[in-house]
Unconditional design. Structure first.
Length: 161
């Protein structure tokens, strides 16, 4: 098949961590400590696993899968306009606490282990994002696939394009 399913981090659904679906099927508002990416939250609210494209299919066709994430209010629990690695507690201040940080780490490690590359496309500064990734120990998860506002504007595009 062209799809595979991966268990969520920690192996169980945590209803407190995932918003319930609203009347329109969207995620109900919870606040900045929610797990990343609206699309992942929507799937998680309905299921204990995520269904994503099968990387094996990509290998058979010579293509590569890429998961593109936003940074502010997706990976980061809120908007990050400035980051000082000497004084900031990256786990608390940027990622909303140890539980959320550990779940994000598990998600990224599991995704990468399945052959999917990770990238960030954001309207934030690539420099700020790279500082935060370094402080979090996540630089190797993204490599040089961090694109900030300068790259987005250089290509005269939007994140949705």
């Amino acid at each position: 098949g062209s799809l595979w399913t991966t268990p969520m981090a920690q192996g169980e659904r945590d209803d407190a961590a995932f918003p319930a679906a609203d009347a329109h099927g969207g995620a109900a508002e919870r606040g900045p400590s929610d797990l990343p990416a609206q699309s992942f939250r929507l799937r998680a609210a309905r299921s204990t696993s995520f269904t994503v494209p099968n990387p094996q299919l990509g290998r058979q066709t010579g293509s590569q899968y890429l998961a593109i994430l936003d940074f502010d209010q997706t990976l980061a629990a809120s908007e990050v306009s400035f980051f000082d690695a000497d004084t900031s507690d990256v786990v608390e201040e940027v990622f909303g606490g140890a539980t959320r940080y550990e779940r994000l780490s598990a998600f990224m490690i599991d995704t990468i282990s399945r052959g999917v590359l990770l990238a960030i496309v954001s309207f934030n500064s690539a420099g700020v994002i790279k500082q935060v990734l370094h402080a979090a120990g996540w630089t190797e998860h993204f490599g040089d696939r961090v694109y900030g506002r300068d790259e987005v504007h250089r290509y005269n595009s939007s994140k949705a394009a």
